[in-house]
Design a protein around this ligand. Structure first.
Ligand SMILES: C[S@@+](CC[C@H](N)C(=O)[O-])C[C@H]1O[C@@H](n2cnc3c(N)ncnc32)[C@H](O)[C@@H]1O
Length: 235
């Protein structure tokens, strides 16, 4: 299937639109079906063995509940983490913020375009940057630019996106069965067609031998990309 990026309804609708509000709730179900929190926990736990990252940035974070689910699963093994949620809409609820606080994770939610945030000077790189159901919004040129900035900003980049295959398209057509609304059913098909396969994200990561790249199918419907900075020699 050839990759095709189209505008999604959720990106066009005002935040207060009933369909948009329902679709944001649906995203929690979609993420649960795709297993993104679980996939990410496994990738992070396998990398950060015996040490905790101090900071996690979530690009296109939505309401932050995906990262909260991840945090609940991994918090007992890690020291407290500083979290930055970047999204062009401010969607973090007081309840989600309180749930992060209960884990001793401090959250900042920034209402910003991802490029504006990535191009800002960052006093310290983040230990981890994640993206779930976000990269597929961008065409190749912007994606290359986004990944280039991310490589300057983090030491570990992890993305879970739709896998661009017919099987995912069939699953997207069945989302009504789990109660997803018209907006979600429409956007899910667009998201699969804009999703990824093979080594498409690795090909857009900056050419630099200082990174270890992995890209593979994850779960039933997802495509996972990991870029990990290879530690340099201690001088
Ligand atoms: C499909 S939602 C995914 C939300 C969340 N990551 C998850 O997995 O539940 C995509 C999110 O990206 C945000 N977004 C889209 N384009 C953006 C941009 N250029 N800068 C920042 N956020 C953006 C949208 O507002 C939306 O919340």
């Amino acid at each position: 299937m050839k990759r095709e990026v189209k505008r999604e309804l959720l990106d066009e609708l005002p935040a207060g639109d009933r369909g948009a509000i329902g679709a944001r709730r649906d995203l929690q179900k979609v993420n649960a079906c795709m297993g993104h929190a679980h996939i990410m926990v496994r990738a992070l736990a396998g990398t950060f063995t015996g040490r905790s990252p101090r900071s996690i940035v979530d690009l296109g974070a939505g309401d932050g509940t995906l990262l909260l689910r991840l945090a609940k699963s991994i918090a007992p093994r890690w020291k407290p983490v500083r979290v930055v949620l970047v999204d062009r809409q401010r969607l973090l609820s007081p309840r989600t913020k309180a749930e992060f606080a209960a884990l001793s994770w401090h959250v900042d939610s920034l209402e910003m375009d991802v490029f504006d945030w990535l191009q800002r000077p960052h006093p310290e790189p983040s230990d981890v940057t994640i993206a779930s159901l976000f990269l597929h919004h961008f065409k190749e040129h912007d994606l290359r630019r986004l990944l280039g900035h991310a490589a300057d900003q983090t030491g570990f980049f992890l993305a879970c996106e739709p896998r661009r295959v017919n099987f995912s398209l069939c699953a997207a057509a069945l989302l009504g069965v789990i109660g997803c609304n018209r907006v979600t059913r429409h956007d899910a098909k667009i998201s699969v067609r804009a999703g990824f396969a093979e080594n498409e994200l690795s090909a857009l990561w900056p050419l630099d031998e200082g990174w270890r790249l992995r890209e593979r199918q994850a779960g039933l419907f997802s495509h996972c990309f990991v870029a990990q900075r290879i530690p340099g020699p201690v001088l």
